[in-house]
Write a protein that binds this ligand. Structure first.
Ligand SMILES: NC(=O)c1ccc[n+]([C@@H]2O[C@H](COP(=O)([O-])OP(=O)(O)OC[C@H]3O[C@@H](n4cnc5c(N)ncnc54)[C@H](OP(=O)(O)O)[C@@H]3O)[C@@H](O)[C@H]2O)c1
Length: 267
């Protein structure tokens, strides 16, 4: 099926590594002009060399200035307004995902909120006016399964992702009839280089394989293998993001797509 994405202009934030790379790759393969993004210039440049995309943008989305700079760089590299905004940047910079709520500081809560909720809000504020003027646009927020099914660890992160889900629904509602859709995609556990690095660091073993890290995290009750019996891949997420980005998906807005192998147990 033709997703009718050829020629669309897309920014995928946080695409210097992990899930974002998979999303950028698939949108580019579907014919989109894609700008990738990261904070770390070297890492982003290295990813840029591997992909067939329009360019890159650098900036910390946890600040207003950083987000404004990313928006401007993306617009310039794309040669026009962003039509598809994938707010994928996020995660946790520290190790709060291994600690219970009473061991997480207010500073960590603020940082998680900046990086996971406000980063997306800033870029939506910047990009949505052009989408509304063009009567077409797509905003896709990458959240997490733990936004709706938090475990007992990392509540700064899970809480910030829950705020992002909430933002999706109210923004979609406020853009009724505009041609701009807003959706959430909620990954389960996806084996990315970020997760692998986190595991190796946390278990002080730089030689651990992805499977060993996953098994150890299951043993430590950080997560469970979902009903799918395997962890997810960036391509699993990219497929749903590309589908939502398609002009064919105009009837889908305000939704939360779980791509979690069945991890969230709800009807
Ligand atoms: N992997 C999973 O299991 C999983 C599960 C559920 C949800 N998610 C979500 O999926 C998204 C991608 O995760 P991932 O595992 O692919 O992460 P990753 O490999 O660690 O990559 C994170 C990306 O986001 C960028 N980034 C992070 N904070 C940023 C900030 N404040 N400003 C600008 N860029 C920032 C990083 O840039 P630099 O490297 O340049 O700093 C990097 O490009 C995140 O939102 C994460 O919360 C992941």
């Amino acid at each position: 099926m033709d997703l009718q994405l050829a020629g669309k202009r897309a920014l995928v934030t946080g695409s210097s590594s992990g899930i974002g790379v998979g999303i950028a790759q698939m949108l580019a393969a579907e014919g989109c002009a894609v700008v990738i993004h990261g904070r770390n210039r070297e890492r982003t440049e290295s990813t840029l060399r591997d992909l067939k995309v329009a360019g890159m943008a650098i900036g910390d989305l946890s600040t207003d200035e950083g987000a404004a700079a990313v928006h401007e760089q993306a617009r310039a590299a794309l040669g026009g307004p962003i039509e598809i905004l994938v707010n994928n940047a996020g995660g946790t910079d520290g190790d709060s995902t291994t600690r219970p709520p009473l061991k997480i500081t207010v500073e960590e809560w603020l940082s998680a909120y900046q990086g996971n909720a406000l980063a997306a809000v800033r870029l939506a504020l910047a990009a949505a006016p052009d989408m509304i003027s063009a009567a077409w646009g797509r905003i896709i927020n990458i959240s997490s399964a733990v936004a709706v099914q938090p475990n007992n660890l990392g509540s700064d992160y899970t809480g910030a992702k829950a705020a992002l889900n909430n933002f999706t629904v109210s923004l979609a509602g406020s853009l009724q009839g505009s041609g701009v859709t807003v959706n959430t995609v909620s990954p389960g556990i996806i084996m990315t280089s970020g997760l692998l690095a986190f595991g190796r660091h946390n278990y002080a073993n730089p030689d651990m394989t992805a499977t060993e890290v996953a098994d150890r995290m299951v043993a430590d009750k950080i997560f469970d293998y979902p009903p799918s019996g395997r962890l997810g891949t960036p391509e699993d997420i990219a497929l749903i993001v590309s589908t939502l980005a398609s002009p064919r998906s105009g009837f889908v807005t305000g939704a939360n797509y779980r791509v979690d192998g069945g991890q969230v147990r709800t009807v």
